[in-house]
Design a protein around this ligand. Structure first.
Ligand SMILES: Cc1cc2nc3c(=O)[nH]c(=O)nc-3n(C[C@H](O)[C@H](O)[C@H](O)COP(=O)(O)OP(=O)(O)OC[C@H]3O[C@@H](n4cnc5c(N)ncnc54)[C@H](O)[C@@H]3O)c2cc1C
Length: 470
């Protein structure tokens, strides 16, 4: 059965079909398009970032704490390096915060030396072991209880939504097809792939599984014996009001445990502060609920770390699901005999590693013996700025009007999304492209206006009577 919003089936045989438009799939689509492949990106959601990639901590990691000699370490470093190299040409934003790994007791302080050693062995040289008072000198708002810390100069914060959108925008500018609201149902390989989807049949010479929380399911649908099982790991966050921002100029990391990087207090590129994430195993791959008791505990922990955060209002709550598996390592598989690549189990560093994973996928594809010819020229991409560190649209003339007063989003910004190469498919996608409805009132004042402006354009309309909204 065809999905109501399914796009028409693209003609011909693609060089590569990528399943899943999370940050990894978007980066893979870009890298294959840059290599000269005819690309189709198949996404079951109405928009990109419908899975794990819609909710994370937005840290561009250095890899200082990644498992030594791992593929994850290699790809996090490669991904970060490429992000820094392409950020001007794709107008990707970065907030250069640096991070402090903080020890709050003697036991944790004892672990810092080993963390520093791992970081250096991982090839990260910008690490400095500091006493509690030296660390507080770099961030005086930290609690006096701080015992010691490691400064990691290269850990930064990025805009986690515009970056993947930029990757896909560049891929589309090079001719890639984006099939949204299209679920991969079954694949058969007979010299080339025939992919049965909810929008009909798609043919491709090679396939890349970047299905995140459904990586194991998609492998099975492609006819492969499961090599891993996804065990979603939920992370809840509290978003504090912008008043918190001046108290948290750096990313404050805890000493990590075996299963989690732990509770982070972190500035966002949008001028807020987040506290989280938790690490909770669950079976549900879709629902990421937030629980009052956990959130109270996060708020309390945040104020223990940065006392000035006590009493600052909460703007929003959210939770994300990590595509974790039974093993810590990325679950990357290459099957040359079926011209298939799986980029599975990209648990908690995928935002940082995405560009590295994309390069790796193209290298693996080269072993299939399919030569690709890169395009003669690559169009430049200009992405809108949503961060607070650069000029926003409302600060420029002729923006129409401000639609969302909490996040200062203009009519021109909202309208521009619908004429962009990858327009939003649902309201979440519009929010991630503009920040509309993400502020203090969470859309209470602007939703009616936005509903009128977006009527007929989104897969799920905002539940407001159009007549009244006008
Ligand atoms: C709480 C939390 C904090 C994090 N913090 C950070 C951080 O600070 N820095 C960092 O680098 N990383 C971080 N991460 C990790 C990062 O967000 C993930 O590694 C990354 O989002 C995984 O992306 P993905 O593309 O592999 O998966 P996904 O984003 O899940 O994308 C897979 C896509 O495939 C689609 N799909 C699934 N099945 C099908 C099908 N059958 N047909 C078509 N489409 C399908 C889904 O709809 C989805 O859009 C964090 C993650 C969480 C949850």
């Amino acid at each position: 059965m065809l999905h109501a919003n399914a796009p028409p089936k693209p003609p011909g045989v693609f060089d590569v079909a990528i399943i899943g438009a999370g940050v990894v799939g978007c980066a893979v689509a870009r890298r294959f398009a840059l290599a000269g492949a005819r690309v189709v990106l198949i996404e079951k959601g109405a928009d990109i970032l419908s899975g794990a990639s819609k909710a994370n901590s937005a840290i561009l990691h250095t890899g200082f704490d990644a498992p030594p000699d791992s593929l994850e370490l290699e790809l996090v470093k490669a991904g970060r390096q490429e992000y820094l190299e392409i950020r001007e040409s794709l107008s990707l934003r970065i907030v250069e915060t640096g991070a402090l790994v903080c020890a709050w007791n003697a036991l944790e302080a004892d672990k810092l030396e080993a963390i520093e050693e791992t970081g250096r062995a991982n090839g990260i040289s910008e690490l400095k072991l500091l006493t509690g008072s030296a660390a507080r000198a770099t961030m005086p708002s930290l609690s006096e209880n701080l015992v010691a810390a490691i400064e990691v100069a290269g850990e930064h914060v990025i805009d986690p939504w515009t970056a993947p959108l930029a990757y896909l925008t560049q891929a589309v500018s090079l001719g890639a097809h984006f099939l949204r609201s299209t679920e991969l149902l079954k694949g058969t390989f007979d010299g080339e792939w025939t992919l049965e989807t909810s929008s009909g049949e798609v043919c491709a010479r090679a396939v890349v599984n970047a299905a995140g929380l459904y990586g194991d399911v998609v492998d099975e649908r492609l006819g492969f014996a499961p090599e891993f099982a996804i065990h979603p790991r939920k992370g809840q966050f509290v978003v504090l009001d912008k008043a918190a921002f001046r108290h948290v100029p750096r990313i404050v990391l805890p000493v990590p445990t075996e299963i989690t990087k732990g509770i982070v207090v972190c500035p966002t590129a949008f001028g807020n502060v987040i506290i989280g994430p938790t690490a909770e195993e669950q079976d549900d791959r879709i629902r990421a609920t937030v629980e009052a008791d956990t959130l109270k505990a996060l708020i309390t922990r945040g104020a223990e770390i940065v006392p000035a955060l006590a009493g600052i209002p909460v703007t929003a709550l959210y939770a994300g699901l990590r595509p974790a598996t039974e093993k810590k390592a990325y679950r990357v598989a290459c099957r040359p005999e079926a011209r298939a690549i799986t980029l599975g189990g990209i648990r908690s560093t995928g935002l940082s590693a995405a560009l590295g994973l994309a390069r790796h996928a193209v290298e693996l594809h080269a072993t299939f013996g399919e030569a690709l010819t890169p395009p003669a020229s690559v169009p430049s991409i200009v992405m809108p700025n949503l961060t607070e560190t650069e000029e926003r649209d409302w600060q420029r003339p002729d923006h129409g009007e401000i639609l969302c007063h909490c996040e200062l989003v203009t009519r021109r910004e909202v309208e521009a999304t619908f004429t962009s190469p990858v327009p939003p498919g649902d309201f979440g996608g519009l929010r991630r492209r503009t920040r509309a409805g993400m502020g203090r009132c969470q859309g209470f004042y602007c939703n009616a206006h936005l509903a009128a402006l977006t009527a007929g354009k989104l897969a799920t309309p905002l539940a407001v009577d159009e007549g009244e909204a006008k």
